[in-house]
Design a protein around this ligand. Structure first.
Ligand code: NAD
Ligand code: DAU
Length: 363
């Protein structure tokens, strides 16, 4: 499977983007549809609570973009899309993505994240055949650092770290990564995988730590910090993730994994404090005003202590660099949420409120 550099360059024609109405998928489509006008983009999304077509308004009329509502685990639908649109590239984002929900309803994670991924792999293999030319065909699987498990205070995950998933979400993503690699070794399907650290930025559903903190601070509601707030995450602004995906999609080596991180490790308490201080500044509130909302609550079961990634392969081999510091990314994010209150209102409907009421009762 060794290749020369020119063989590694992938030239996309028709890209099936799955989960393109979600947080990272919509940021990716907004970036790519305008940047590659001769490439066709088909967005397949089931529009779960996390998917929202409002995110994609500015491209919905673009001639190189089309939306299809459907489930990645629906084999007849997926096979028809490959046939009818001549799909030559897949960028697979669609997933159930929230760890807390996976603790409550693990099966839906297996169905979408694992069965859905295998359904797409099968459709790609049927459409492209065994040992498809990687210049024309590529299956790009978007994955997470959570597949590697939990780090202690020292060390980093690398592309060689053994898998050790510890939540139902992480287990379902780990299984999907294994299937993607199995299709490379067994059928020569031209695949590439990236495992990324925690993203934040515009269009993130306010169940994840950063948008939840912004929303609750705006509403003067308690900001729940699990345990003592000592768990560490490695934060990446979503636009930087999109530029990394673009590079890996076009220039990544077939069969390889790339880790994506900007190296901004923070404890949850440090991160939330910095975020609240920046928010107070943007709102013209007195310094430290929102810190009083921080509320320590019962810990997440099996809460991974620390994630930290070594992204040297991506930086050295593909020349990727993040464009945003953590402070710049957080400011951009705060400004986006402050100027998109209509979006926040639309996504925090009755079912969102019911989910949160249940979360609070469980604690
Ligand atoms: P998200 O929850 O915001 O969006 C997921 C999207 O997938 C939604 O639009 C949803 O409607 C769609 N979807 C869910 N089930 C589907 C199904 N069965 N068929 C079709 N569409 C379906 O997720 P996100 O945060 O944008 O994450 C995208 C991908 O990136 C996921 O694979 C996730 O594992 C991975 N990832 C996320 C992060 C992060 O910090 N958010 C970090 C690393 C990797
Ligand atoms: O690391 C990549 C992963 O990052 C992605 O694969 C997942 O899809 C994404 O959801 C995210 O997972 P986390 O569990 O790390 O993200 P979350 O925003 O839920 O939590 C971040 C940290 O903050 C985590 O240590 C738990 C903690 N937390 C979270 C919430 C929602 C709190 O302390 N309070 C909260 O209310």
């Amino acid at each position: 499977m060794s290749s020369t550099w020119s063989e590694m360059v992938h030239q996309p024609e028709v890209i099936l983007v799955t989960g393109g109405a979600g947080f990272i998928g919509s940021n990716f489509l907004l970036y790519m549809v305008a940047r590659y006008p001769t490439v066709q983009f088909i967005n397949l999304d089931r529009l779960t609570y996390a998917g929202n077509l409002m995110n994609l308004r500015s491209i919905e009329e673009a001639p190189n973009y089309r939306f299809v509502r459907g489930d990645v685990a629906d084999a007849p639908l997926v096979e028809r899309l490959f046939r009818e649109h001549g799909i030559s590239t897949v960028v697979h984002f669609a997933a159930e993505s929230h760890v807390d929900r996976s603790i409550m309803t693990p099966l839906s994670f297996v169905l979408t994240n694992t069965v859905g991924t295998v359904t797409l792999l099968e459709a790609a293999r049927k459409a492209w055949g065994d040992h498809a030319d990687p210049r024309r065909f590529r299956f790009y699987h978007i994955s997470t650092d959570e597949v590697f498990g939990s780090l202690g205070p020292e060390g980093y995950f690398t592309e060689f770290t053994p898998y050790n998933p510890r939540s139902p979400y992480a287990a379902s993503k780990a299984a999907s990564d294994h299937f993607v690699r199995a299709y490379y070794y067994t059928y020569g399907l031209p695949i590439v995988i990236s495992n990324c650290s925690n993203n934040y930025g515009p269009y993130q559903f306010p169940e994840k730590l950063i948008p939840l903190t912004i929303l609750n601070a705006l509403e003067n509601r308690p900001i729940p910090i699990y345990g003592k707030g000592e768990n560490v995450r490695d934060w990446l602004y979503v636009h930087d993730h999109c530029t990394a995906i673009e590079r890996i999609l076009l220039f990544g080596r077939t069969g390889q994994t790339y880790l994506v991180s900007a190296g901004y490790e923070r404890t949850n308490l440090e991160l939330v404090t910095q975020l609240l201080d920046l928010l107070d500044e943007e709102l013209g509130r007195p310094a430290g005003y929102s810190r009083r909302l921080i509320t320590f609550v019962k810990d997440r079961p099996g809460h991974d202590f620390r994630y930290a990634l070594d992204a040297s392969r991506l930086r050295q081999e593909l020349g990727w660099q993040p464009a945003y510091t953590l402070e710049e990314g957080l400011r951009e994010t705060i400004r986006w949420y402050l100027s998109h209150r209509d979006w926040l209102e639309a996504v925090t409907d009755a079912s969102y409120r019911a989910y949160y009421e249940k979360q609070y009762v469980l604690r």
